[in-house]
Design a protein around this ligand. Structure first.
Ligand SMILES: [Zn+2]
Length: 261
């Protein structure tokens, strides 16, 4: 696959990067990334991946656009209110870069559907906004042996971890058991720039892993507090007792969390 003159011009600034160049761009144009959730994290992640010329983006989201989304979910506009998020996301991404093929899944990721949804993708971005979904992404990626980027946001803080299933610390190595659901809790407070920052980080992790460049955020939990602009990296390691990737793993197949089913 050779780049067209238009692609040379579109990607000129990143073709000049020694880490990318024409070879890297060709790889990127053939890469397939699944984005689970096109909200606060998924918006910047999808925009930057499409802008960079990721060949195929799969978008998974069962929601429609509501007014309270627009404070942070920058893929969607006021004119999109009530529209399925995957549709408004696709319209925005197609307008940005017709090179990127889009596969739309207007549904929630479930344990039953996960194998079919993940099949054929090279990397997965966990851009969900709740713990049950995050653990399901981790479990499904482990079962499919697909590397993924985890990110989670609360208020003006966020955390991120990249995982190569079976080879580096996974979400359950670090956080198992998942925190119990709090039925009395309302929507989490969040400043839009927090998922904006972390979604962009997830796109960078995807590009690095797809092109085998740099050092991925593996075995290191990154925590950022925007209020005091503190960045903290905590070393984490694979837990031999991890129920997912440990030596006596008990989670052989992804299952829906009771609060998620
Ligand atoms: Zn683990």
């Amino acid at each position: 696959m050779t780049l067209t003159p238009i692609q040379h011009e579109r990607y000129d600034r990143q073709l000049r990067l020694a880490e990318i160049g024409i070879d890297g761009q060709q790889k990127l144009l053939q890469a397939r990334v699944l984005i689970v959730g096109v909200g606060g994290l998924g918006s910047p992640a999808a925009l930057y991946l499409a802008a960079a010329g990721a060949g195929t983006l799969g978008l998974v989201d069962s929601d429609t656009v509501s007014l309270s989304n627009l404070q942070r979910q920058i893929l969607h506009s006021t004119a999109d209110l009530g529209r399925p998020k995957v549709d408004s996301a696709a319209a925005r991404l197609r307008a940005l870069n017709p090179d990127t093929q889009l596969l739309l899944f207007p549904e929630r990721l479930t344990a039953a559907r996960a194998p079919a949804l993940l099949a054929g993708f090279d990397f997965v971005l966990d851009c969900t906004d709740n713990f049950p979904s995050k653990f399901l992404v981790a479990d499904a990626c482990h079962a499919a042996r697909i590397p993924y980027s985890h990110a989670g946001i609360l208020g003006l803080t966020g955390q991120a971890l990249t995982v190569f299933p079976g080879r580096t610390a996974c979400l359950r190595c670090v956080f198992d058991p998942p925190p119990p659901p709090d039925p009395a809790a309302g929507p989490n407070p969040v400043l839009g720039v927090a998922p904006g920052l972390f979604g962009a980080l997830q796109a960078a992790e995807a590009i690095k892993v797809l092109l085998h460049i740099g050092t991925p955020l593996t075995n290191t939990l990154l925590h950022i507090d925007l209020l005091c602009l503190q960045f903290r990296q905590t070393p984490v390691r694979q837990n031999p007792d991890c129920p997912l990737c440990g030596t006596r793993s008990t989670l052989k197949h992804p299952t829906d969390h009771p609060a998620h089913a």
